[in-house]
Design a protein around this ligand. Structure first.
Ligand SMILES: Nc1ncnc2c1ncn2[C@@H]1O[C@H](COP(=O)(O)OP(=O)(O)OP(=O)(O)O)[C@@H](O)[C@H]1O
Ligand SMILES: [Mg+2]
Length: 390
């Protein structure tokens, strides 16, 4: 297998994830899901694998929502997807199509357009299209599964372009559809946490809980054995010279914290520099990537998103991460509070607990059994220390 850091990978090149995918299908039997995870950890690969190899009885529809900016664009894309899906089976989106024509909509070369004045009716488009597909599936005894990648981006885009109210209406409509149609399931993933978008909406008096019927499941890095398998296959696929593939692959998986994205990067760099695959060269590549101003591993977002995510608490967040990156042991809440008090005069225990729990949800931190906090990923801790010159 060739290294392909960041590219769309073939399902056959997706290593591992079988246990996770099995858990996801089991959970989908009961309810819709929110897949949470750090950026670049392999979310899209997981749901693409689910799309390619669905469990019997399920009809998955995958859509990347990042590029849509309005509720109408979203509704139209769902309509188009369903229209094509049913069209390919010789069926029509009957209700949606009737409604669409009645609204004066047109289709040119597969592109669907509604007249400007019809913008307010995106809810009808979405509802009719989904109901058409549900009716068709129920007739066949199959169930519909939407795999919606980057849903939080779509919502954030809608907030920017159309305002909070429309984003709230999208969330409410999706929840209503889930509740009306027992067989309908949605899997939402995103590289920005949905909780941040919901927090923005709450500041505008949104008091609904639009996703409390959905189960959150996290995509972790690869299992050790799968990370080593991936490293081994990439070393072989790139024909890297290696005196001991097993020890090189283990070093690679470990140095990458089992993130498949970083494993691909390290192998690619070994290939480009012509270095043999061995633990010393792996360490050399990692060290050079972590200081590379071009940020090949796309780590800078751990820093740049902080003002956005933590608004009034950003100073405390930086102090906490700086502290944790430089201490070997986990830190207690009291220890962190004392540090903040000394560094900035911050002295609000409740606020600190809130910020720490957000930092856990955003995958910066984890808690150990004793309740102490440390960086979730050792590699990110190491990068943070370098990046901040600590
Ligand atoms: N199971 C896997 N096997 C092999 N490589 C993988 C696997 N999962 C992810 N990768 C590698 O990691 C890269 C990123 O994966 P993917 O796009 O699925 O992550 P993501 O979490 O959706 O990222 P983003 O946060 O940017 O949306 C892929 O291009 C590929 O190089
Ligand atoms: Mg993705």
């Amino acid at each position: 297998m060739k290294s392909n850091p960041g590219g769309q990978i073939d399902v056959k090149a997706a290593i591992g994830r079988d246990r996770l995918i099995k858990t996801l299908w089991e959970a989908i039997e009961q309810q819709s899901l929110i897949i949470t995870a750090e950026r670049r950890i392999g979310k899209t690969t997981v749901i693409k694998k689910m799309q390619a190899q669905p469990l019997a009885g399920w009809v998955p529809v995958y859509q990347d929502l990042e590029g849509f900016h309005t509720a109408t664009e979203f509704a139209m894309s769902v309509y188009k997807e369903i229209h094509e899906f049913l069209g390919a089976k010789g069926k029509v989106t009957r209700r949606a199509k009737e409604w669409f024509s009645a609204m004066g909509g047109s289709e040119i070369g597969g592109l669907f357009k509604l007249p400007e004045k019809a913008n307010v009716h995106w809810k009808d488009v979405l509802t009719c299209a989904i109901e058409d597909l549900i009716n068709e599936n129920e007739a066949n005894g199959t169930r519909l599964l939407f795999l919606w990648d980057e849903m939080p981006y779509l919502l954030a885009n809608i907030v920017k372009r159309e305002g909070e109210q429309t984003a709230m209406e999208v969330l409410d409509l999706l929840r209503a559809l889930r509740q009306t149609h027992a067989s309908l399931r949605m899997v939402i993933t995103g590289s920005i946490g949905l909780h941040h978008v919901l927090a923005t909406l709450k500041t505008k008096n949104y008091s609904n809980s639009p996703v409390n019927d959905m189960l959150a499941i996290e995509v972790p890095p690869l299992d050790d054995a799968d990370a080593i398998t991936l490293a081994t296959q990439l070393i072989g696929g790139e024909s890297l010279e290696s005196p001991d593939v097993a020890s090189a692959a283990a070093a690679l998986a470990h140095a990458a914290d089992c993130f498949p994205f970083y494993i691909h990067h390290i192998v690619k760099a070994l290939k480009i520099t012509g270095l043999a695959a061995n633990p010393a060269n792996v360490a050399k590549i990692v060290a050079s990537h972590l200081v590379d101003a071009k940020d090949p591993w796309e780590l800078l977002h751990y820093r740049t998103r902080i003002p956005n995510y933590y608004l009034n608490d950003q100073k405390s967040v930086l102090l906490l991460l700086d502290q944790l990156a430089t201490q070997a042991d986990a830190a207690s809440v009291n220890g962190l509070l004392a540090m903040l008090k000394g560094a900035s005069g911050f002295d609000d225990r409740e606020r600190l607990l809130h910020v720490l729990s957000l930092m856990e949800r955003d995958h910066y931190l984890k808690r150990d059994d004793g309740g102490g906090y440390r960086f979730r990923f050792p590699l990110i801790s190491r990068w943070w220390k370098i990046n901040r010159g600590l």
